[in-house]
Design a binder for this molecule. Structure first.
Ligand code: NAD
Length: 490
């Protein structure tokens, strides 16, 4: 079978991608992928089980050494070709992102555009010299380091930026000379398979990349048990990550975790209110708040608090909620209808404990209207728990010092933003915030293919992007050289 999908009764039926072939599973089982905007069937997708996962691992294991041994020019040519294929398929992938993940066109286009830069970044990384030389204590001896591929890396990806986040793992792992097995989210399997299409058409050698949608627990158990898988790169919720970290420890696999957040945006009293409102709105309402770095807590200093609340609420009320295919839609559907109940629970708990609802808290089907709360205190669930929807809380602060205390009062530590013209205060906050990333005079949502993306505390460990991924995804080896004979004591 050589095609990624065939149309049956008007619906695409997708295959698995294992060892450079499009294939059905032994059990020949498929599940539905639904369009969250319409509730209609979007595609049917073959489901990998234990047997397919083992085949995928074997294929990656059998392929990586030859790939890592190719001249860098041959490997980077595959990445350049992949960028050409991506350009040709950009509209098709954008359409899949809209239909499968409920992304609006702007967000889908951002994901695809990011991946061009990512492929170029990876090609550049392959040309860098990653080692160093060092003098040693023994006379006539020196040492140097090399970075070698780990072997097989498995990636577990979430639904919210399903193309970008999975591509980042795939591309950087391949650039570091590894073979890869990707388990996309069960909510966005077709998007994951599009990555295989891109690399298949770009001529990536067989076996290096395998994409296997299917039941998380069965695929996960097989991946975690297999000693040939040397690393797992996970992006998803803290709840799942915590569970998987225990599994990874059993077979001592390297493990990077990119997990949830409750990111604070601090707006100090001297800020330009209109600019701060725009930044804050983008930072929470982009992709209807289903963004790990979303500024779901906005801390605003007293003198501008009322004006900020008024203008921010007006912007929130003005955003069009609806079908992501319509060009003026800003807020598309949530991926799961059940998420509406989670958000309702957070809002109801906050209001019952004294918070003020400034707008929103309504939903229909999988659409949740932009929701703004004020008067939030640490005893409320919404202060600490990730809502993963278009809801944010505005908190009044008296000073930068108080902002720091409130901002750090969370188990998460992914991203933070500070808006002020006072660079001294901004830098003091940047150094003091418990956060893997801090953006000054910007919102909390930012990602670049070459930047070190990642969090602290319950947001995870390890970094993704450019040379930081290359470091995570390679083994560092120390080699020593003795010039002339060394004097031994015996
Ligand atoms: P999730 O934890 O439900 O699922 C993530 C992935 O884990 C999915 O592919 C799922 O199938 C898989 N999974 C679940 N159980 C598994 C098991 N037993 N074995 C193997 N795989 C298993 O997360 P989600 O709902 O898809 O994504 C939303 C979450 O991801 C949010 O918490 C968000 O903050 C976080 N996220 C973090 C980042 C980041 O870079 N820090 C980026 C995007 C999303």
């Amino acid at each position: 079978m050589s095609k990624s999908f065939e149309i049956v009764n008007g619906t695409p039926h997708y295959n698995l991608y294992i060892d450079g072939e499009w294939t059905r599973s032994l059990r020949n089982e498929s599940t539905d992928s639904m369009n969250p905007a319409t509730g209609e069937l979007f595609a049917r997708v073959q489901q990998a089980g234990k047997a397919e996962t083992e085949r995928a691992i074997s294929a990656a294991h059998g392929a990586y050494k030859a790939w890592a041994g190719l001249p860098v020019s041959a490997r980077e040519a595959v990445f350049f070709k992949a960028a050409d294929v991506l350009a040709a398929k950009a509209q098709e992938i954008t359409d899949v992102l809209i239909a499968e993940s409920g992304s609006i066109a702007g967000k889908s286009g951002f994901e695809v555009g990011y991946c061009f830069d990512l492929l170029r970044t990876a090609a550049a990384e392959m040309r860098r010299s990653p080692g160093e030389t060092m003098p040693l204590t023994a006379p006539g001896q020196f040492g140097f380091t090399v970075r070698q591929p780990l072997g097989v890396i498995a990636g577990i990806a979430p639904f919210n930026a399903p193309f970008l986040l999975a591509m980042k793992k795939v591309v950087m792992a391949l650039a570091a000379g590894n073979g890869f097995v990707l388990k996309p989210s069960e909510l966005t399997p077709v998007t994951g398979l599009k990555i295989a299409e891109v690399f298949d058409e770009a001529g990536l050698p067989k076996g290096l990349l395998n994409v296997i949608p299917g039941p998380a627990s069965e695929i996960g158990a097989t991946i975690f048990a297999d000693p040939r898988v040397r690393m797992i790169t996970f992006t998803g919720s803290t709840q799942t990550g915590r569970h998987l970290a225990v599994e990874a420890a059993k077979t001592l696999k390297r493990f990077t975790l990119e997990m949830g957040g409750k990111s604070p945006l601090i707006v100090l009293g001297d800020a330009d209110i209109d600019y701060a409102v725009k930044a804050a709105a983008f930072g929470i309402f982009f992709h209807q708040g289903q963004v790990c770095m979303a500024n779901s807590r906005i801390l605003v200093e007293e003198p501008i608090f009322d004006a900020f609340c008024e203008r921010f609420t007006a912007v929130a009320k003005s955003l069009k909620v609806g079908d992501p295919r319509e060009p003026d839609t800003v807020i598309g559907p949530l991926i799961r209808g059940t998420q509406c109940a989670v958000i309702d629970g957070h809002v109801e708990d906050a209001v019952a404990k004294g918070a003020k609802l400034l707008c929103g808290a309504t939903h229909k089907d999988q659409y949740y209207w932009p929701t703004v709360l004020s008067g939030i205190t640490p005893d409320m669930r919404i202060f600490h728990e990730e809502s993963f929807g278009p809801v944010t809380s505005i908190i009044k602060i008296k000073s930068a010092e108080e902002a720091l205390e409130i901002a750090n009062n969370t188990d998460y530590g992914l991203s933070a933003g500070v808006i002020t013209n006072d660079m001294q205060k901004a830098l003091d906050l940047a150094f003091g915030l418990d956060s893997g990333m801090v953006h000054l005079n910007d919102c909390t949502v930012s990602d670049e293919p070459h930047a070190p993306f990642g969090g602290v505390k319950n947001s995870g460990f390890g970094r993704e992007g450019g040379r930081f991924s290359m470091e995570e995804m390679t083994e560092l080896k120390w080699i020593t050289v003795q010039r002339g004979q060394r004097a031994f004591p015996m």
